[in-house]
Every structure is written in C-alpha cells, then in structure tokens.
Design a protein around this ligand. Structure first.
Ligand SMILES: Cc1cc2nc3c(=O)[nH]c(=O)nc-3n(C[C@H](O)[C@H](O)[C@H](O)COP(=O)(O)OP(=O)(O)OC[C@H]3O[C@@H](n4cnc5c(N)ncnc54)[C@H](O)[C@@H]3O)c2cc1C
Ligand code: SF4
Length: 513
C-alpha cells in the first residue's frame, strides 16, 4: 500500500516523479542500492489493481479521477495513464524490444544501441515476464488471433512471419508469484485489459494475470523501503544548495495545506512524455539553463488508431482474450511498420454506449488494429493556457500513414472483409489520429545542442537531475514502447549508481528480488 501521509517537508536522497514504467524501475534500483527514495505520483492508488473510467475521464483534456486521460492536441491527441503504476494500469501487456535498426536512425546517441541495451532488456524482462498468448483450455485461441496470422501470411506486403507477440499476461494455466511474491492466476480471456483484470472466482482479490507495475517493480521497491505518495502532483523543481526542492500540489481542495515542497539530493523525472516535459518547461526559471531542444522531437510512434476490418464472413471473437495477441511486420524500404490485432473492450461499449445495431452480433464480424511506424518525430510540446499541449504537423508523416493504410487494406482483403479507416482520421491532411505511445520532448543527445539529457539520462547543465521515461526516446520505435522504456530506465539507474555501463553477466547486475 502506498503512503497516506504527505511528503511535504520531508527529505530524501532521491525523489522519483511518476510511478510508470520508467519511474518504477529507477525507484527499485536506487532503493536496492540503499538510497532513501520518495516516489511522487500525481494520480490515485488503485489497490484492487483495477482502474476506473469516469465520465470526466474520457474525451476531456484533464481529469482528476480516472486512470487515464486524453490530451487534446493540435493535429493529434494523446492518451496516457495516471495513477500508481502509470501506463501499466491500462496497458495491454505487449513487451517488444525495439529493432536494432531503430537505434541507427538519426537522433540516437552513438552509445545507445540494441547491443548496449540488451542486458537491460534482459534485466527488465526477468522482472516483468512476457510470453506469447497460450490457448484458453475452454475457449482456445481467440478466433481473431488465428485469422490475423493466416491473413497476414498471405499478404504480399508482410515482411516476416506473423506471430503471437510476447505479452506480460499470464495465459499459461499455472498460477505463479511475481518476483515480489504476489499471486498471479491465469487470464480468464475477459477482454477488459484497458481497465484491468476482474476479481478472482477462487480467492479474494483480482486475477492479476496482466502484470501491473504494482505487482512487481513497485511492490519490490516498497519492500526496499521506497515510499510511494499518490495524489502528489509536482509543479516544478528548483535547484538549491546541495540538491533540489520539489514543489507539489496535493489533490483534494479541502486539505488545509495542499501546496508545499520537499527536498532531495537527486531528482529523477519519470512523469511520462507529456508529464516530464511539462515539469521541465515549468521549471525553466528555477533551474539552470537547459537545452533549446526541450519540448522538441515529439513522436506519436507512428500510431495509427483504430483502423478496422469490417463485415467479415467469420465471427472473429474480438471481445475474447487479451486485448493484443498477435502482430506482423509490414516494413517497407523506407519505414519500419508493425501491425497488431486490437480486441474490443466490452466495458467501454457498455459504459460509453457505443452505437447499437439491429444485429447485436455485428461487432463480432470485425477486427480492430494498432498500426505503428517510424513517423517523422517532429512534434512540439509547449505550454498553452497553463497546460502542456501537442503541436503535430502530420505532413512529413503522411507517406508512412499511407503505407500503413495500404498494408491494412491488403490485410482486410485477405480476411474477407472491408477496410475502415480510424474514425476521425483525415487521409488527405493526416490529422485526427490519437497516439497511445507518446515519445520525446526531453530527448537524449551527446551535447546540449542536440539533446535535453545526456545518453545516461542526466539533464545537460543540471547535474543531479535525471529523466527516465518515454520522453528521452529520440525517435519513433515502431513497436509498443514500454519494454524499451523499462530498459532505458534500468540503464539510467545503473549509471546513477555505478557511473558505468552494465554488461552481459555483470557482477553488479542487481537482483530481481
Ligand atoms: C490503452 C493503452 C494500451 C497500451 N498498451 C501498451 C502495451 O501493450 N505495451 C506497451 O509497450 N505499451 C503500451 N502502452 C503505452 C505505455 O502505456 C506507455 O508507453 C508507458 O506507460 C509510458 O511509460 P512512462 O514511464 O514514460 O510513463 P507513464 O507510464 O505514463 O508514467 C508516468 C506517470 O507519471 C505521473 N505524472 C505525470 N505528471 C506528473 C506530475 N506532474 N507529478 C507527479 N506525477 C506525474 C503519471 O500520472 C503517470 O503515472 C499503452 C498505452 C495505452 C494508452
Ligand atoms: S483478458 Fe481479462 S483476465 Fe486476461 S489479462 Fe486482460 S483483463 Fe486480465
């Protein structure tokens, strides 16, 4: 359980801002290394492991109560997680390493590549285990997974064998314990990954098939005495003698003193792409001068959401099984492209009253997709009316979106259905997309001229201040990013502790316990 006291007035060796994939990894490693660690998280704690979607949590630029929010931007919207566990509260569990060629793209520092990152991927993969979906003993595989694979195999544009992707969802039928000793029981194929696993039929608590960070990294960090402070929103960071002062606003207007500050020798920003960029932009007057790149090189990871194949002859069972199960590589000579199946979320249809049809089964004869690719990564994040705002000009990414569309049309044809574009997408202008994978804004670079942080995550010009989340990634990954964020955060932590690179079989590799 997270702390229910206030962090105001306290002092830590390290304050970690944000409890998502980046923050959870850094917090654990620093706590294991004996540092006193305070994790400040803007959102609530969800002790039952299930988030909550409220009416205000959907379609409005800001919310305070749901476990994710949608930020309405210019040219593209962004969806991101809020709460103890960050994006893991609603993620679909896909854990893919970025392709080696991604790190060769312009923008990546030469010292960060797939070979260097592999030991950190291994470390993170051991704590947040992922495996390809196994068939449910009663239901088998969802029909959509097998149909997707069969159709993709026939596509001329498909580059490699389509496959079941590794997901941090327990689908094999043996119950296990996470490295933190928390029980996980097998997935019941309910299709509700966006809100979280349902209560277990056999014991008090949730099924916990999908590996939330509260089941592993964060629980372990607490076992090593890290403290988590939910509903502590960081407004700015100030440089002071001997370290930093962190200004926070506590949620709950009724509180006698909702504003205050705390101190730390070192600060790690892990508030996500929008959150970390926002805190640094707001801290420009209270920190030494930072790179002019702050807010630049935003990428939507080429996300193309949610195109569909409609009117298939076969029932594709889109509401059965984990929300993502399979994927296929549709890269071209110019772009890396990866396409995954996207199940329907039964809860969303029930709560938000998705359009009913005369045929109650009509949505079983369609399949949604998540397309990802190497977009131009030329978005800008800036403050507008006190709120972090995305400015996305899709012009340079239009050719990529056209290639993704061509692949989806071929896939739809092979599935025997009709292609439908994402609902609000304008294929002429490239506007109307939403990204679930925002990246950039505080990108890595060898110098202050080309990056906000150095290749080890330390802010250029501000020693002792680090960033460890999706915001430091300088280009699209063209795969789901959480695994790469975990690996990069493991690396930031290792450098903070040892001031050197961790290698394969390194004697200082931290234990996952
Ligand atoms: C529906 C959906 C499904 C997804 N599925 C997958 C998937 O299957 N696989 C995958 O790899 N990726 C997936 N993603 C993407 C993944 O969730 C993100 O890439 C990932 O969470 C980003 O990690 P992060 O550490 O950068 O930040 P986050 O995980 O977003 O964590 C940042 C945290 O910081 C907090 N915060 C923000 N501002 C402040 C502040 N000022 N003060 C204090 N705290 C603050 C936030 O509340 C949040 O908890 C999915 C995303 C969505 C929307
Ligand atoms: S399908 Fe249901 S049980 Fe399985 S991981 Fe998703 S939410 Fe959990």
């Amino acid at each position: 359980m997270a702390s229910n006291e206030s962090a105001i007035g306290q002092e830590f060796d390290v304050v970690v801002i944000g409890s998502g994939f980046g923050g959870a990894a850094v917090a654990l490693r620093l706590a294991q290394a004996g540092r006193s660690v305070g994790i400040l998280e803007r959102g609530k704690e969800y002790p039952a492991g299930r988030g909550e979607i409220t009416a205000t949590g959907h379609g409005t630029p800001t919310i305070r109560h749901g476990h994710f929010q949608i930020d309405v931007g210019y040219g593209m919207n962004v969806i991101r997680g809020i709460g103890v566990g960050g994006g893991s509260l609603h993620y679909f569990g896909v854990r893919l390493r970025a392709h080696a060629e991604i790190f060769e793209r312009k923008g990546w520092p030469g010292s960060v590549n797939r070979k260097v990152l592999d030991p950190y991927y291994d470390l993170a993969g051991d704590i947040l285990k992922a495996e390809p979906c196994q068939p449910n003993p009663v239901l088998g595989f969802p029909a959509r997974s097998e149909s997707f694979i069969a159709a993709a195999k026939k596509c001329r544009r498909c580059q490699r064998e389509p496959h079941f992707v590794p997901i941090a969802v327990l689908t094999s039928q043996e119950s296990v314990q996470t490295p933190a000793g928390i029980p996980q029981t097998p997935c019941v194929f309910c299709g509700e990954c966006l809100i979280g696993c349902p209560p277990s039929a056999s014991f008090e608590g949730n099924v916990n098939a999908r590996a939330l960070l509260t089941l592993n990294y964060l629980a372990l960090a607490q076992q090593h005495k890290a403290q988590i402070f939910p509903e502590h929103r960081v407004d700015r960071v100030r440089k002071v003698a001997g370290g930093f002062e962190v200004d926070v606003t506590l949620r709950g207007e009724g509180l006698p003193n909702p504003h205050g500050s705390l101190r730390a020798k070192q600060v790690v920003l892990a508030a996500g792409t929008l959150g970390s960029t926002e805190v640094l932009l707001k801290s420009q007057r209270t920190l030494p001068p930072m790179s002019k790149k702050l807010g630049h090189h935003f990428s939507g990871n080429g996300d193309f959401l949610v195109p569909k194949t409609k009117d298939t002859v076969q029932d594709l069972q889109p509401k059965s099984g984990p929300s993502i199960t399979v994927g296929a590589d549709f890269s071209t000579a110019e772009y890396k492209i990866f396409i995954e199946d996207l199940g329907k979320i039964p809860f969303m249809e029930a709560v938000f009253g998705m359009k009913k049809d005369t045929d109650p089964d009509f949505k079983r004869y369609e399949l949604g997709y998540l397309g990802m690719g190497t977009d131009a990564g030329n978005g800008v994040l800036a403050m507008r009316d006190g709120r972090i705002t995305l400015y996305w000009d899709p012009t340079d990414s239009l050719p990529l979106y056209r290639e993704i569309t061509a692949s989806l049309k071929e896939l739809s044809q092979q599935l025997g259905g009709n292609y439908a574009k994402p609902a609000n997408y304008n294929p002429v202008t490239g506007t109307g997309l939403i990204t679930a994978h925002p990246l950039g804004g505080c990108v890595m670079g060898d110098t202050k001229r080309n990056g906000v942080v150095n290749p080890q995550g330390e802010v250029h010009g501000v020693p002792g201040l680090f960033v460890a989340d999706g915001s430091i990634i300088p280009t699209a990954l063209a795969t789901n990013p959480s695994y790469t964020i975990s690996a990069l955060a493991e690396r930031v932590a290792f450098w903070m502790i040892h001031r050197r690179e961790m290698t394969d079989g390194d004697s200082d590799t931290p234990p996952n316990k």
